[in-house]
Design a protein around this ligand. Sequence first.
Ligand code: DSN
Length: 417
Amino acid sequence: MTQPNPGSRPLQEADPECYQIGVDEFRRESEGLELIASENHTSRAVREAMSTYLTNKYAEGYPGARYYGGCEVVDRAEDLARKRILQIFAAQHANVQPHSGAQANQAVYQALLQHGDPVLAMDLNHGGHLTHGHPKNFSGIFFKFTGYGVNPETGLIDYDVVRAKARELRPRMIVAGASAYPRAIDFAIFGEIAREVGALFFVDMAHPAGLVAAKLHPDPVPHADAVTFTTHKTMRGPRGGTILCREEHKKKIDSALFPGVQGGPLMHVILAKAVSFGEALGPSFITYQTQVKKNAQRLAASLLALGFRLVSGGTDNHLVLIDCRSKSITGRDAELALHKAGLTVNKNLIPGDPEKPMVTSGIRVGTPAVTTRGLKENEIDQIARWIDAAIAVRADDTKLAKIRAEVGDFCRMYPIP
Ligand code: DSN
Protein backbone atom coordinates (compact mmCIF):
# COMPACT_ATOMS: atom_id res chain seq x y z
CA MET A 1 0.00 0.00 0.00
CA THR A 2 1.33 3.50 -0.81
CA GLN A 3 2.24 5.56 2.20
CA PRO A 4 0.97 9.14 2.27
CA ASN A 5 3.80 11.60 1.66
CA PRO A 6 4.78 13.18 5.00
CA GLY A 7 4.41 16.58 3.33
CA SER A 8 0.70 15.95 2.69
CA ARG A 9 -0.46 16.84 6.19
CA PRO A 10 -2.79 19.85 6.46
CA LEU A 11 -1.25 23.02 7.84
CA GLN A 12 -3.28 22.85 11.03
CA GLU A 13 -1.65 19.53 11.88
CA ALA A 14 1.79 20.08 10.30
CA ASP A 15 2.48 23.49 11.83
CA PRO A 16 -0.19 24.66 14.31
CA GLU A 17 1.75 27.84 15.07
CA CYS A 18 1.68 29.02 11.44
CA TYR A 19 -1.90 27.81 11.03
CA GLN A 20 -2.90 29.99 13.95
CA ILE A 21 -1.39 33.08 12.29
CA GLY A 22 -3.66 32.47 9.29
CA VAL A 23 -6.68 32.02 11.57
CA ASP A 24 -5.84 35.16 13.53
CA GLU A 25 -5.58 37.26 10.37
CA PHE A 26 -8.95 35.91 9.21
CA ARG A 27 -10.40 36.92 12.60
CA ARG A 28 -8.76 40.35 12.48
CA GLU A 29 -10.23 41.04 9.05
CA SER A 30 -13.62 39.59 10.00
CA GLU A 31 -14.05 41.41 13.31
CA GLY A 32 -13.04 44.90 12.19
CA LEU A 33 -13.61 47.17 9.23
CA GLU A 34 -10.84 47.48 6.67
CA LEU A 35 -10.74 51.05 5.47
CA ILE A 36 -7.21 51.18 4.06
CA ALA A 37 -7.77 52.45 0.52
CA SER A 38 -5.20 50.09 -0.99
CA GLU A 39 -6.56 46.89 0.54
CA ASN A 40 -9.40 44.55 -0.29
CA HIS A 41 -10.80 41.09 0.49
CA THR A 42 -10.02 38.49 -2.18
CA SER A 43 -12.52 35.89 -3.25
CA ARG A 44 -12.13 32.30 -2.14
CA ALA A 45 -11.39 31.37 -5.78
CA VAL A 46 -8.46 33.81 -5.90
CA ARG A 47 -7.05 32.44 -2.64
CA GLU A 48 -7.48 28.84 -3.79
CA ALA A 49 -5.55 29.57 -6.98
CA MET A 50 -2.68 30.90 -4.86
CA SER A 51 -2.45 27.65 -2.94
CA THR A 52 -2.19 25.41 -6.04
CA TYR A 53 0.78 23.35 -7.11
CA LEU A 54 1.83 26.13 -9.51
CA THR A 55 3.86 27.56 -6.63
CA ASN A 56 6.33 24.71 -7.22
CA LYS A 57 7.27 25.69 -10.75
CA TYR A 58 10.20 27.68 -12.08
CA ALA A 59 9.28 29.39 -15.32
CA GLU A 60 11.91 32.04 -16.06
CA GLY A 61 11.12 33.50 -19.46
CA TYR A 62 7.72 33.95 -21.08
CA PRO A 63 5.12 31.47 -22.41
CA GLY A 64 6.62 29.40 -25.24
CA ALA A 65 10.16 30.67 -24.48
CA ARG A 66 11.15 29.46 -21.03
CA TYR A 67 14.50 28.57 -19.54
CA TYR A 68 13.00 25.48 -17.84
CA GLY A 69 11.26 22.35 -19.05
CA GLY A 70 7.79 21.34 -17.89
CA CYS A 71 6.21 24.77 -18.37
CA GLU A 72 3.34 23.61 -20.56
CA VAL A 73 0.80 23.94 -17.75
CA VAL A 74 1.98 27.23 -16.26
CA ASP A 75 2.15 28.69 -19.79
CA ARG A 76 -1.63 28.23 -19.92
CA ALA A 77 -2.02 30.26 -16.72
CA GLU A 78 0.09 33.15 -18.02
CA ASP A 79 -1.52 33.12 -21.46
CA LEU A 80 -4.96 33.17 -19.87
CA ALA A 81 -4.07 36.04 -17.52
CA ARG A 82 -2.66 38.06 -20.45
CA LYS A 83 -5.67 37.32 -22.64
CA ARG A 84 -8.15 38.31 -19.93
CA ILE A 85 -6.39 41.53 -18.94
CA LEU A 86 -6.28 42.59 -22.59
CA GLN A 87 -10.04 42.03 -22.76
CA ILE A 88 -10.41 44.40 -19.81
CA PHE A 89 -7.97 47.11 -20.93
CA ALA A 90 -7.47 47.92 -24.62
CA ALA A 91 -3.67 47.82 -24.46
CA GLN A 92 -1.40 46.35 -27.13
CA HIS A 93 0.65 44.24 -24.74
CA ALA A 94 0.45 42.98 -21.15
CA ASN A 95 3.07 41.58 -18.81
CA VAL A 96 1.49 39.86 -15.79
CA GLN A 97 4.73 38.77 -14.10
CA PRO A 98 5.56 41.71 -11.79
CA HIS A 99 5.66 40.54 -8.20
CA SER A 100 4.48 43.98 -7.11
CA GLY A 101 3.64 47.47 -8.31
CA ALA A 102 7.12 48.68 -7.34
CA GLN A 103 8.75 46.06 -9.55
CA ALA A 104 6.39 46.85 -12.41
CA ASN A 105 7.40 50.51 -12.13
CA GLN A 106 11.07 49.62 -11.90
CA ALA A 107 10.83 47.63 -15.13
CA VAL A 108 9.16 50.54 -16.93
CA TYR A 109 11.86 52.99 -15.85
CA GLN A 110 14.63 50.53 -16.66
CA ALA A 111 13.16 49.85 -20.11
CA LEU A 112 12.45 53.41 -21.15
CA LEU A 113 14.99 55.61 -19.34
CA GLN A 114 18.74 56.00 -18.96
CA HIS A 115 20.18 56.57 -15.50
CA GLY A 116 20.15 60.26 -14.71
CA ASP A 117 17.25 61.09 -17.05
CA PRO A 118 14.93 63.88 -15.86
CA VAL A 119 11.43 62.73 -14.89
CA LEU A 120 8.39 64.76 -13.80
CA ALA A 121 6.05 63.02 -11.33
CA MET A 122 3.59 63.76 -8.56
CA ASP A 123 5.25 64.79 -5.33
CA LEU A 124 4.98 62.18 -2.56
CA ASN A 125 3.87 64.89 -0.14
CA HIS A 126 0.95 65.67 -2.44
CA GLY A 127 -0.22 62.09 -2.87
CA GLY A 128 2.46 60.54 -5.11
CA HIS A 129 4.20 57.21 -4.50
CA LEU A 130 7.64 56.14 -3.25
CA THR A 131 8.50 54.77 -6.69
CA HIS A 132 7.77 58.16 -8.23
CA GLY A 133 11.10 59.59 -7.13
CA HIS A 134 11.49 59.33 -3.36
CA PRO A 135 15.19 60.02 -2.70
CA LYS A 136 15.66 56.73 -0.84
CA ASN A 137 13.83 54.66 -3.47
CA PHE A 138 15.58 53.24 -6.57
CA SER A 139 13.55 55.72 -8.63
CA GLY A 140 14.98 58.75 -6.85
CA ILE A 141 18.46 57.22 -6.69
CA PHE A 142 18.79 56.43 -10.41
CA PHE A 143 16.73 59.16 -12.07
CA LYS A 144 16.37 62.91 -11.60
CA PHE A 145 12.80 63.40 -10.45
CA THR A 146 11.08 66.75 -10.12
CA GLY A 147 7.70 66.88 -8.42
CA TYR A 148 4.44 68.53 -9.32
CA GLY A 149 1.71 68.94 -6.74
CA VAL A 150 -1.84 70.00 -6.16
CA ASN A 151 -3.17 73.51 -5.86
CA PRO A 152 -3.07 74.31 -2.12
CA GLU A 153 -6.52 75.93 -2.24
CA THR A 154 -8.41 73.32 -4.26
CA GLY A 155 -6.39 70.17 -3.56
CA LEU A 156 -6.60 69.43 -7.29
CA ILE A 157 -3.73 68.80 -9.72
CA ASP A 158 -3.08 72.07 -11.50
CA TYR A 159 -2.50 70.98 -15.10
CA ASP A 160 -1.22 74.46 -16.04
CA VAL A 161 1.54 74.09 -13.46
CA VAL A 162 2.33 70.60 -14.76
CA ARG A 163 2.58 72.02 -18.30
CA ALA A 164 4.80 74.92 -17.18
CA LYS A 165 7.12 72.56 -15.26
CA ALA A 166 7.26 70.19 -18.23
CA ARG A 167 8.17 73.03 -20.61
CA GLU A 168 10.89 74.20 -18.28
CA LEU A 169 12.31 70.79 -17.34
CA ARG A 170 11.92 68.99 -20.71
CA PRO A 171 11.69 65.62 -18.91
CA ARG A 172 12.36 62.33 -20.66
CA MET A 173 9.23 60.99 -18.96
CA ILE A 174 6.11 62.33 -17.25
CA VAL A 175 4.51 60.12 -14.61
CA ALA A 176 0.85 60.36 -13.58
CA GLY A 177 -0.80 58.42 -10.80
CA ALA A 178 -0.96 58.69 -7.03
CA SER A 179 -1.49 56.82 -3.79
CA ALA A 180 -3.53 59.44 -2.01
CA TYR A 181 -5.31 61.60 -4.54
CA PRO A 182 -9.09 61.52 -4.11
CA ARG A 183 -9.95 62.95 -7.52
CA ALA A 184 -10.09 61.69 -11.10
CA ILE A 185 -6.89 62.25 -13.06
CA ASP A 186 -7.18 63.70 -16.55
CA PHE A 187 -4.80 61.42 -18.45
CA ALA A 188 -5.68 63.04 -21.78
CA ILE A 189 -4.23 66.38 -20.65
CA PHE A 190 -1.13 64.67 -19.27
CA GLY A 191 -0.67 62.84 -22.59
CA GLU A 192 -1.01 66.10 -24.49
CA ILE A 193 1.61 67.78 -22.26
CA ALA A 194 3.98 64.83 -22.70
CA ARG A 195 3.64 64.95 -26.49
CA GLU A 196 4.15 68.71 -26.51
CA VAL A 197 7.49 68.45 -24.69
CA GLY A 198 8.60 65.22 -26.36
CA ALA A 199 8.39 63.15 -23.16
CA LEU A 200 7.31 59.57 -22.67
CA PHE A 201 4.10 59.24 -20.67
CA PHE A 202 3.82 56.61 -17.95
CA VAL A 203 0.79 56.06 -15.72
CA ASP A 204 0.78 54.17 -12.43
CA MET A 205 -2.96 53.49 -11.99
CA ALA A 206 -2.50 51.15 -9.01
CA HIS A 207 -5.25 52.85 -7.02
CA PRO A 208 -8.09 53.41 -9.50
CA ALA A 209 -7.44 50.40 -11.82
CA GLY A 210 -10.71 48.68 -10.85
CA LEU A 211 -12.67 51.87 -11.45
CA VAL A 212 -10.92 52.29 -14.81
CA ALA A 213 -11.80 48.69 -15.72
CA ALA A 214 -15.44 49.46 -14.94
CA LYS A 215 -15.27 52.73 -16.95
CA LEU A 216 -15.92 54.82 -13.85
CA HIS A 217 -12.61 56.69 -14.06
CA PRO A 218 -10.73 58.08 -17.10
CA ASP A 219 -8.71 55.41 -18.88
CA PRO A 220 -4.97 56.11 -19.27
CA VAL A 221 -4.33 53.32 -21.79
CA PRO A 222 -5.04 55.31 -24.98
CA HIS A 223 -2.78 58.15 -23.84
CA ALA A 224 0.23 56.44 -22.24
CA ASP A 225 3.33 54.63 -23.43
CA ALA A 226 3.07 52.32 -20.44
CA VAL A 227 0.59 51.78 -17.61
CA THR A 228 1.16 49.76 -14.45
CA PHE A 229 -1.19 48.69 -11.70
CA THR A 230 -1.31 46.44 -8.69
CA THR A 231 -3.76 43.60 -8.81
CA HIS A 232 -4.76 43.62 -5.14
CA LYS A 233 -6.30 47.06 -4.60
CA THR A 234 -9.52 48.03 -6.39
CA MET A 235 -8.87 45.13 -8.83
CA ARG A 236 -9.47 42.76 -5.88
CA GLY A 237 -6.99 40.13 -7.02
CA PRO A 238 -3.90 38.57 -5.47
CA ARG A 239 -0.98 40.72 -4.31
CA GLY A 240 1.07 41.59 -7.41
CA GLY A 241 1.53 43.90 -10.38
CA THR A 242 0.87 44.11 -14.11
CA ILE A 243 2.29 46.24 -16.92
CA LEU A 244 0.37 47.33 -20.03
CA CYS A 245 2.22 48.98 -22.89
CA ARG A 246 2.35 49.91 -26.52
CA GLU A 247 3.65 47.33 -28.98
CA GLU A 248 6.77 49.43 -29.64
CA HIS A 249 7.86 49.10 -25.97
CA LYS A 250 6.92 45.44 -25.55
CA LYS A 251 10.35 43.85 -26.06
CA LYS A 252 12.20 46.37 -23.92
CA ILE A 253 9.67 46.17 -21.08
CA ASP A 254 9.48 42.38 -21.06
CA SER A 255 13.24 42.09 -20.93
CA ALA A 256 13.57 44.87 -18.35
CA LEU A 257 11.24 42.91 -16.06
CA PHE A 258 12.88 39.55 -16.77
CA PRO A 259 15.85 39.18 -16.62
CA GLY A 260 16.32 42.85 -15.70
CA VAL A 261 14.40 43.17 -12.45
CA GLN A 262 13.03 39.74 -11.54
CA GLY A 263 13.91 36.09 -11.79
CA GLY A 264 11.29 33.35 -11.80
CA PRO A 265 7.66 34.49 -11.93
CA LEU A 266 5.22 33.46 -9.20
CA MET A 267 3.05 31.19 -11.32
CA HIS A 268 0.50 30.45 -8.58
CA VAL A 269 -0.04 34.20 -8.22
CA ILE A 270 -0.32 34.56 -12.00
CA LEU A 271 -3.03 31.88 -11.93
CA ALA A 272 -4.79 33.88 -9.22
CA LYS A 273 -4.43 37.03 -11.33
CA ALA A 274 -6.17 35.16 -14.18
CA VAL A 275 -8.98 34.24 -11.76
CA SER A 276 -9.40 37.84 -10.59
CA PHE A 277 -9.31 39.15 -14.17
CA GLY A 278 -12.05 36.62 -14.96
CA GLU A 279 -14.05 38.05 -12.05
CA ALA A 280 -13.45 41.57 -13.40
CA LEU A 281 -14.90 40.52 -16.76
CA GLY A 282 -18.16 39.44 -15.09
CA PRO A 283 -21.15 41.79 -14.79
CA SER A 284 -21.05 41.95 -10.98
CA PHE A 285 -17.69 43.72 -11.13
CA ILE A 286 -19.26 46.86 -12.57
CA THR A 287 -21.95 46.79 -9.89
CA TYR A 288 -19.22 46.39 -7.27
CA GLN A 289 -17.08 49.26 -8.58
CA THR A 290 -20.14 51.51 -8.91
CA GLN A 291 -20.89 50.87 -5.24
CA VAL A 292 -17.24 51.47 -4.24
CA LYS A 293 -17.50 54.93 -5.78
CA LYS A 294 -20.97 55.66 -4.35
CA ASN A 295 -19.77 54.57 -0.92
CA ALA A 296 -16.71 56.84 -1.11
CA GLN A 297 -18.92 59.76 -2.10
CA ARG A 298 -21.31 59.01 0.73
CA LEU A 299 -18.44 58.74 3.19
CA ALA A 300 -17.16 62.14 2.04
CA ALA A 301 -20.62 63.70 2.44
CA SER A 302 -21.15 62.16 5.90
CA LEU A 303 -17.72 63.23 7.15
CA LEU A 304 -18.22 66.77 5.85
CA ALA A 305 -21.57 66.90 7.66
CA LEU A 306 -19.77 65.86 10.85
CA GLY A 307 -17.33 68.76 10.53
CA PHE A 308 -14.30 67.06 8.98
CA ARG A 309 -12.24 68.89 6.38
CA LEU A 310 -11.41 66.77 3.34
CA VAL A 311 -8.56 67.43 0.96
CA SER A 312 -10.20 68.69 -2.27
CA GLY A 313 -13.56 68.74 -0.47
CA GLY A 314 -14.67 65.30 -1.62
CA THR A 315 -13.86 62.39 -3.91
CA ASP A 316 -14.27 61.09 -7.45
CA ASN A 317 -12.78 57.68 -6.72
CA HIS A 318 -12.54 55.10 -3.93
CA LEU A 319 -10.90 57.18 -1.20
CA VAL A 320 -11.15 60.28 0.91
CA LEU A 321 -8.26 62.12 2.47
CA ILE A 322 -9.18 63.61 5.84
CA ASP A 323 -7.40 66.68 7.16
CA CYS A 324 -7.33 65.70 10.84
CA ARG A 325 -6.49 69.24 11.90
CA SER A 326 -10.21 69.88 11.52
CA LYS A 327 -10.59 67.70 14.66
CA SER A 328 -7.36 68.88 16.34
CA ILE A 329 -5.66 65.51 16.10
CA THR A 330 -2.66 64.22 14.14
CA GLY A 331 -2.94 61.45 11.57
CA ARG A 332 -0.91 59.15 13.82
CA ASP A 333 -3.21 59.63 16.80
CA ALA A 334 -6.34 59.34 14.66
CA GLU A 335 -5.05 56.05 13.18
CA LEU A 336 -4.42 54.74 16.70
CA ALA A 337 -7.83 55.79 18.06
CA LEU A 338 -9.61 54.22 15.08
CA HIS A 339 -7.56 51.05 15.44
CA LYS A 340 -8.73 50.75 19.05
CA ALA A 341 -12.29 51.16 17.78
CA GLY A 342 -11.93 48.35 15.22
CA LEU A 343 -11.53 50.61 12.17
CA THR A 344 -8.30 50.16 10.20
CA VAL A 345 -7.01 53.22 8.32
CA ASN A 346 -3.59 54.69 7.62
CA LYS A 347 -2.11 58.02 8.57
CA ASN A 348 -1.20 59.97 5.45
CA LEU A 349 0.59 63.16 4.56
CA ILE A 350 -1.71 65.80 3.15
CA PRO A 351 -0.65 68.57 0.73
CA GLY A 352 1.52 71.10 2.56
CA ASP A 353 1.65 68.88 5.64
CA PRO A 354 3.82 70.42 8.40
CA GLU A 355 4.14 67.04 10.17
CA LYS A 356 6.67 64.26 9.53
CA PRO A 357 5.57 61.14 7.56
CA MET A 358 5.40 59.09 10.81
CA VAL A 359 3.02 61.66 12.32
CA THR A 360 1.12 63.40 9.46
CA SER A 361 -1.94 65.61 9.58
CA GLY A 362 -4.16 63.27 7.61
CA ILE A 363 -5.73 59.87 7.34
CA ARG A 364 -6.67 58.10 4.12
CA VAL A 365 -9.94 56.18 4.16
CA GLY A 366 -11.09 53.91 1.34
CA THR A 367 -14.19 51.92 0.50
CA PRO A 368 -13.03 48.95 -1.67
CA ALA A 369 -12.87 46.38 1.17
CA VAL A 370 -16.07 47.33 3.00
CA THR A 371 -17.92 47.35 -0.33
CA THR A 372 -16.72 43.79 -0.97
CA ARG A 373 -18.41 42.87 2.33
CA GLY A 374 -21.69 44.27 1.01
CA LEU A 375 -21.87 47.64 2.78
CA LYS A 376 -23.94 50.35 1.14
CA GLU A 377 -24.65 54.03 1.80
CA ASN A 378 -26.60 53.62 5.07
CA GLU A 379 -23.85 51.51 6.60
CA ILE A 380 -21.28 54.03 5.37
CA ASP A 381 -23.08 56.73 7.38
CA GLN A 382 -22.61 54.54 10.43
CA ILE A 383 -18.88 54.20 9.70
CA ALA A 384 -18.57 58.00 9.48
CA ARG A 385 -20.30 58.29 12.86
CA TRP A 386 -17.90 55.74 14.37
CA ILE A 387 -14.90 57.60 12.94
CA ASP A 388 -16.18 60.83 14.47
CA ALA A 389 -17.01 59.20 17.80
CA ALA A 390 -13.66 57.40 18.09
CA ILE A 391 -11.73 60.59 17.41
CA ALA A 392 -13.87 62.46 19.95
CA VAL A 393 -13.16 59.90 22.73
CA ARG A 394 -9.56 59.19 21.72
CA ALA A 395 -8.20 59.54 25.26
CA ASP A 396 -10.71 57.11 26.73
CA ASP A 397 -9.86 53.46 26.09
CA THR A 398 -13.09 52.23 27.72
CA LYS A 399 -15.21 54.26 25.33
CA LEU A 400 -13.06 53.16 22.38
CA ALA A 401 -13.54 49.52 23.46
CA LYS A 402 -17.31 50.11 23.52
CA ILE A 403 -17.20 51.33 19.91
CA ARG A 404 -15.05 48.33 19.03
CA ALA A 405 -17.69 46.02 20.46
CA GLU A 406 -20.39 47.72 18.36
CA VAL A 407 -18.20 47.44 15.25
CA GLY A 408 -17.61 43.76 16.04
CA ASP A 409 -21.38 43.06 16.32
CA PHE A 410 -21.98 44.91 13.07
CA CYS A 411 -19.21 42.99 11.30
CA ARG A 412 -20.85 39.66 12.06
CA MET A 413 -23.65 40.65 9.66
CA TYR A 414 -21.13 41.17 6.83
CA PRO A 415 -18.79 38.16 6.61
CA ILE A 416 -15.67 38.48 4.51
CA PRO A 417 -15.49 36.17 1.47
N1 DSN B 1 1.30 51.04 -0.29
C1 DSN B 1 0.36 51.36 -1.34
C2 DSN B 1 -0.74 52.22 -0.82
O1 DSN B 1 -1.13 52.02 0.31
O2 DSN B 1 -1.24 53.06 -1.53
C3 DSN B 1 1.01 51.96 -2.47
O3 DSN B 1 2.02 51.10 -2.88
